[in-house]
Design a protein around this ligand. Sequence first.
Ligand SMILES: Cc1cc2nc3c(=O)[nH]c(=O)nc-3n(C[C@H](O)[C@H](O)[C@H](O)COP(=O)(O)O)c2cc1C
Length: 219
Amino acid sequence: MELKEVIGKRQSVRKFKADDVPNDDIREMIDAARVAPSGKNMQNWHFVVVKNKGLMHKVAEVIRNKNEEIAKRMDGVDREKSDRFRKFADRFTLFFLDAPALIIVMTQTYIPSGYNEYELIGADPHLLDDLLSHRNPGMQSLGAAIEHLYLRAVDLGYGCCWLTSANYAAGAIEELVRTEAGFRDETYYMAALIALGVPDGEPKSPGRKPLEEIYTLVE
Ligand SMILES: Cc1cc2nc3c(=O)[nH]c(=O)nc-3n(C[C@H](O)[C@H](O)[C@H](O)COP(=O)(O)O)c2cc1C
């Protein structure tokens, strides 16, 4: 497919057919992520691709438990908000169970340029936090890699959904990554999940801002 067509076809897919995603196709997608640009060429990513249904159920279970733990604690504070959270969590954090593959996206901390230097000169902590949290190049690099993977998946006839809503369960998922998936490098932590498979139906786009709203041209 032409790149423009792939970009136009990409949609978040939350319903999947049962069809397998062959390992050769998965390698193609990871290879697309591999060549993405990254700050200082750090390549701060590792993709744990789970096709094992037992492990996918375990990931879902830890997310479900966390959803319920948060909702229960919210019950005592604001029932309306906890009900809303339950509905949101049911809809947006667990649908990957229908997908034939789940990618657990692991990353490493990226110390931005200027951070160590700021620290050395005793700069205001909010400047350090600003570099690390708001503009962090590590997350920007990871986004580039995920999008490469995503577009190659679409190119090969698959669909994905990028998921960060379940990141509050990251600690428990990382534990599964180490104990059950065998990726034990503790310098890595989870940043996102990706549900992957053959789309079942045509998802509807939630729409976009008009072009004029998102850029400023200075000639
Ligand atoms: C960083 C990121 C996190 C996302 N997290 C979730 C998520 O947790 N659950 C979900 O259902 N969709 C998630 N999405 C999908 C977005 O909701 C979706 O991209 C957006 O609504 C635009 O729709 P489209 O992808 O179909 O064009 C995420 C997308 C991105 C880029």
